[in-house]
Unconditional design. Structure first.
Length: 374
């Protein structure tokens, strides 16, 4: 029995013991996303010992990885073969830390700058091995990824924040790194940026990512193009703008992915970081405070505002056809009793709770992390 087999056996035994006495467990990989969702509860269940790439077939564009594998390790292995995770999952690494793990990537369901063009985490999950709340090892995958209830289980895990079970292993679709890339900068207002993005979205352009924000009172839109060399060069010529150095731009896009750009610094004030998800065609939103940072061709908008403005921010987001998440608390850590996630519709909440009861009948996994109460 190798170390990973032993780690998996110990994990299963720990879960069975916890289920027997209803001991809550806090599932954690790198711990880089502890800030996301409601506060973690329970005894630590460290997934880092369950690590390593199980199989990788570059010609098939599929990789199978254990949950505790550092995300940076997987991305390095893919890069050696000229491949990548197109959705650019955030690592949130800082201060020399390794960053997140593959299991945490799936459980959090967060995607980076390219998400609006290439899809989200769940679009690339082909299969998964899960330990449920009864200590049973379940595998989902193949061409038909559904259980008897009709749920696409391996993809339902994306964004579940560990509330359905312990992810032991995942199979992911990967893609070749595009042959060409370019970043263009345009000086413009927020309204003009949204107008341009909507206009460009209707054209056959190799759009991959976009970002608008204000610096020193001036707005700038950054547009990343990826694809065939001819397509990227033709788009650059057609769109104009100032073309940026590729190496410098790549570092800036990575900083955006991991929220290391200066814009994201919340300091020690009372402002929290809000993520507002709306249709790409939504107009400028009247949310008080500094101008937002806008990604995903207008679909993801970041704002800085106190938690006390939750009701107003969420009302504005709903009116625009979206929702708002209290993504990071301010430096003071004051929660003010505000739920981190927007309220679900009654049917969606019933479905979510039914799934949680089915997979975790004793309510031991990441209790309260996704919904306020189990």
């Amino acid at each position: 029995m190798d170390n990973n087999d032993n780690a998996l056996r110990q994990t299963v035994e720990r879960i069975r013991t916890a289920a027997a006495d209803a001991t809550p467990l806090c599932i954690r990989g790198g711990g880089t996303k502890d800030f996301y969702g409601e506060a973690p509860q329970g005894e630590l269940l460290d997934m880092r010992p369950l690590a390593g790439i199980t199989s990788y077939e570059p010609s098939e564009l599929v990789v199978t990885v254990r949950a505790g594998t550092p995300l940076a390790e997987l991305e390095s292995a893919l890069a050696e073969k000229g491949q990548c995770l197109p959705f650019e999952p955030p690592c949130f690494a800082s201060g020399g830390t390794v960053g997140g793990t593959v299991g945490g990537m799936v459980a959090a369901g967060l995607s980076g700058p390219a998400r609006a063009s290439v899809g989200s985490v769940r679009d690339y999950v082909l299969g998964a091995t899960l330990v449920n709340g009864r200590g049973e090892l379940l595998s989902f995958g193949g061409q038909v990824m559904k259980n008897v209830a009709g749920y696409d289980v391996s993809r339902v895990l994306a964004g579940s924040l560990g509330t359905l079970g312990v992810i032991a292993e995942v199979s992911l679709k990967v893609l070749p790194v595009p042959p060409a890339e370019a970043t263009l900068e345009f000086a413009c207002s927020q309204a003009d940026a949204l107008r341009l993005l909507n206009e460009w979205g209707g054209r056959p352009l190799p759009l991959n990512a976009s970002c608008w924000f204000e610096y020193a009172g001036a707005g700038a839109l950054y547009l990343r193009l990826r694809g065939a060399v001819a397509a990227v060069e033709a788009a650059c010529e057609h769109l104009g703008g100032e073309r940026k150095d590729n190496a410098r731009a790549a570092a800036d896009w990575q900083s955006l992915r991991d929220q290391q750009l200066p814009w994201f610094g919340t300091g020690e004030g009372s402002d929290a970081l809000w993520r507002v998800s709306v249709p790409q065609t939504a107009p400028v939103l009247s949310i008080d405070g500094a101008a937002p940072l806008i990604e995903w061709h207008g679909g993801q908008r970041w704002y800085k505002a106190p938690p006390s403005q939750a009701a107003r921010i969420r009302e504005i987001a709903r009116a625009a056809g979206g929702h708002a998440t209290l993504f990071r608390l301010p430096g003071s850590g004051m929660h003010e009793g505000v739920p981190r996630f927007d309220a679900l519709s009654a049917p969606v909440e019933r479905t979510q709770r039914a799934l949680m009861r089915e997979f975790d009948p004793h309510g031991i996994f990441n209790r309260g992390r996704l919904l306020n109460a189990n």
